[in-house]
Design a protein around this ligand. Structure first.
Ligand SMILES: Nc1ncnc2c1ncn2[C@@H]1O[C@H](COP(=O)(O)OP(=O)(O)OP(=O)(O)O)[C@@H](O)[C@H]1O
Ligand SMILES: [Mg+2]
Length: 155
């Protein structure tokens, strides 16, 4: 299922993130793409709010992973500065992805090979003062089934 919304303010970008966050469950992975300054962190701030995280999300650009605790553990990863996939493996990304928390990855297109097939894709288009178009691709899984234990569909 793919949905697309236009956000004409940072608040609207965060609100779109909040709506997605409210629907996430254990083990969900969200991969964000969009150019520098598109609004990825802004979206994650809303997403964390949707998961009942009370501390504000900040960009983990320098520490690679931020951890928040809300309704579920939230791992906020930014792979912008990573040099190689092995650096991400050393960091334990696979353990995060296989765990019961929610993992949100900024610049997910830079670690495509590590993302599970079930990854929810969020692409943000637009920059600066432009309105953003936010496209959310949840793949073939109908999340309303609540069946997250089924093996990921082959695509
Ligand atoms: N819909 C919008 N309309 C206008 N400005 C927006 C919108 N959404 C976000 N912004 C603004 O865009 C700027 C960049 O946002 P943000 O830091 O979240 O981008 P980013 O994609 O995480 O950047 P980076 O690639 O550096 O990590 C912020 O000032 C934010 O408030
Ligand atoms: Mg960012």
């Amino acid at each position: 299922m793919t949905t697309s919304v236009v956000a004409d303010s940072p608040e609207a970008t965060a609100a779109a993130g909040e709506r997605l966050g409210a629907r996430l469950g254990p083990g969900d992975v969200v991969g964000l793409s969009g150019v520098l300054g598109a609004g990825k962190t802004c979206f994650v701030q809303g997403l964390a709010r949707g998961l009942a995280v009370s501390t504000p999300a900040t960009s983990p650009t320098f520490v690679l992973v931020n951890e928040y605790r809300g309704r579920l553990p939230v791992h906020h990863v930014d792979v912008y500065r990573t040099q190689s996939l092995s650096e991400l493996l050393d960091l334990g990304l696979e353990d995060l992805l296989g765990g019961d928390g929610v993992t949100v990855i900024e610049w997910a297109d830079r670690c495509e090979a590590l993302l599970p097939p079930r990854t929810i894709r969020v692409h943000i288009e637009g920059v600066g003062d432009e309105p953003r178009r936010i496209t959310i691709d949840e793949g073939k899984t109908d999340r309303r089934d609540g069946d997250r234990t089924a093996p990921p569909p082959h695509r």
